[in-house]
Every structure is written in C-alpha cells, then in structure tokens.
Design a protein around this ligand. Structure first.
Ligand code: SF4
Length: 117
C-alpha cells in the first residue's frame, strides 16, 4: 500500500477547501489516475507563509523541517503540489520550490499537480 500527501500554499487555504484535490484523489483522476485503490492520502501540508510574515527561509524554518520529518516517519513516498503553487505571474513560488527540494532530499518523490486547472 502506497502513502502519498499533498502540499499547498497557506494563503490559498484562506479561500480553498481542498475539495478539488480531494475529489481528484478519491476519484483517481488527473494527477492521481495511476494509483491503486488502496493508496492512502496520508498527509496534507501547507507552506508556512510568505517572507513578509515568516522571515525564515523554509530550510531554516523549524516548522517546515518538522513537517518534512513527519512525512518521512509516515513513510510518504510521493507528495503532490497543488496548482496554488503558481504565482499570478504563472511562475512557481520560490518557497514552494525550496520546500519541494527539501522533500526530495529525503527521498520522497515530488509531483507537481493534483487536479487539472
Ligand atoms: S510562500 Fe508562496 S506558497 Fe507560501 S503563502 Fe506565500 S505565495 Fe503561498
């Protein structure tokens, strides 16, 4: 049985319920289409905020480091990143890129996508 998780933007969570990500996961559609029925969505985490309210970079942020360690302890093998990772300029947020790097460093696969836009 495979355990996977989802990473999103904390500010997007002010207006987002995660419903589209969860619908895609449970329906095994879009970026989840290749998973078997017994795959568990076992973690759901956000970034810790933009630099103006959270000065520490992700690699120095104890909260982010704790979350990444928890992914390892939970034996998560893949993390999907929501479309909310993209800025208005259609570029990936640098902090999300850094969090993805920290996750990959632990041997966890990062997949950029959950549901189709
Ligand atoms: S750092 Fe990026 S992903 Fe996190 S709240 Fe700010 S814009 Fe969203």
């Amino acid at each position: 049985m495979k355990k996977i998780g989802i990473l999103t933007c904390i500010h997007a969570n002010e207006v987002c319920t995660g419903a589209s990500c969860l619908k895609a996961f449970h329906g095994k559609t879009d970026f989840f289409q290749d998973y078997s029925a017994d795959t568990q969505l076992a973690a759901f985490m956000t970034c810790n905020g933009c630099s103006k309210e959270r000065p520490q970079e992700p690699g120095e942020d104890p909260g982010i480091l704790e979350k990444v360690d928890r992914l390892v302890k939970e034996e998560i093998t893949a993390m999907h990143v929501g479309v909310c990772r993209m800025t208005k300029e259609k570029k990936e947020c640098g902090r999300i890129t850094e969090i993805c790097r920290l996750i990959e460093e632990k041997g966890i696969q990062v997949i950029r996508g959950t549901h189709k836009e």
